[in-house]
Design a protein around this ligand. Structure first.
Ligand code: UT7
Length: 347
């Protein structure tokens, strides 16, 4: 049974935007300074280039620019926003929350503002929190921002990790939508048995397992790869099942963009063809929590995602964590234009 019911409001995305910094770093650029090749990077990951933030740009800057892009497309979208959630694994500071820093800079004073820390799964987690706040009546309109500057905290001299990550941000507004649209299901999870496989050190110097933490971002690529293929398939299936859907109903799969081989393996498990899957990691690499809203915005922009279509979002990351969600796309711009046309005819 779908999680939404007539007694609960339908909640969905009504505006979106994205930002990536202009500085393009290609595989050829890495060839110049690391023992690597374009051939290795592209064949093992699917990445051709990624964007690097400037030295004085941080996650709040990625977030603010993504929100500005959202406002450019949907000029009234911030009116009535009462809560800002930022999904980030690279906050500007431990506190204040990056969400609070973003809120102030986009003209939202006095709103609730907090961060969700769930690494690359953060966007799906944050959307679920937003839906819950709206369903419970605590919030009416939530701005969810994913903002990341992973390139600043990975060891740029380590070829095993440096080539994978890029910087960027995505933003969506979440609020009540007409019945039949919006989020239908969420599946969230985390298993700290995999905590040692992917982490960024902060205050503690060792993990609960007792293992001392490395200075830079640490990743056991092979372990994360195996985990990712398993959880993307499992959580995606569970999300579809909860919503009463099968993979045949899915118009667009929007996966976390970490590695094309992980995405291909997930598609095979779902039985969803690659031409129904949004892929942009060739141009942006892995932007952590920002990959899903970046891909969503791109596919909305170029007209692939249309009103009423069925979407499946799947993500995984540090924790190790995972998040999947199904949603029926509500094209608020299309509905607004229709309403304006009806008014014009009636006067
Ligand atoms: O958002 C979640 C974050 N992380 C992920 O999703 C990562 C998931 N894992 C992966 O995407 C893949 O495991 C990687 C792309 C990280 C690595 O690909 P792989 O096919 O698993 O390669 P590997 O780690 O097994 O390494 C194979 C070889 C090694 O050399 P030896 O030991 O066989 O001689 C590596 O040292 O490739 C070497 N290697 C490289 N060679 C050239 C590792 N990185 C590079 C590189 N260029 N950049």
């Amino acid at each position: 049974m779908p999680e939404t019911s007539p007694s609960r409001p339908a909640v969905g995305i009504t505006a979106l935007g994205a930002y990536t910094p202009p500085n393009v770093v290609t595989n050829a650029d890495f060839e110049k300074r690391l023992d690597t090749t374009d051939e290795w990077i592209f064949s093992r990951t699917g990445i051709r280039e990624r964007r690097f933030s400037a030295p004085d740009e941080f996650s709040s800057d990625m977030g603010v620019r993504a929100v500005n892009d959202l406002v450019r497309r949907f000029p009234d979208a911030l009116e009535g926003v009462d809560t800002v959630i930022c999904a980030t694994g690279t906050p500007d500071a431990l506190f204040p929350a990056t969400a609070a820093l973003i809120a102030g800079q986009v003209g939202l004073r006095g709103t609730a503002a907090f961060d969700v820390s769930s690494a690359c799964s953060g966007f799906v987690y944050a959307c679920s929190v937003a839906q819950g706040l709206i369903m419970s009546g605590t919030a009416k309109k939530v701005l969810v921002v994913s903002a990341e500057v992973l390139t600043k905290i990975v060891d740029q001299s380590d070829r095993g990790i440096a080539v994978l990550f890029g910087d960027g941000g995505g933003a969506v507004v979440i609020e009540e939508v007409p019945a039949g649209y919006g989020f239908e299901s969420f599946v969230l999870g985390a298993d700290s048995a995999g905590a040692d496989s992917l982490y960024i050190r902060c205050i503690a110097d060792h993990l609960p397992s007792g293992r001392p933490m490395e200075q830079f971002t640490y990743m056991n690529g092979r372990e994360v790869f195996k985990f990712a293929v398993r959880v993307l398939g499992d959580s995606g299936h569970q999300a579809m099942q909860k919503a009463g859907l099968t993979s045949k109903d899915v118009d667009w799969l929007i996966p976390h963009q970490a590695n094309i081989r992980i995405i291909e393996a997930a598609c095979e498990r779902f039985g969803i063809p690659m031409d129904k899957t949004v892929v942009n990691l060739d141009r942006y690499g892995n932007t952590s929590a920002a990959t899903v809203p970046l891909a969503l915005t791109e596919a909305y922009d170029d007209g692939r995602i249309k009103d009423g279509q069925q979407l499946l979002m799947v993500a995984f990351g540090g924790g190790l964590s995972w998040g999947a969600s199904t949603m029926k796309w509500y094209d608020s711009a299309l509905h607004k234009a229709k309403r304006q046309a009806e008014v014009a005819v009636s006067v």
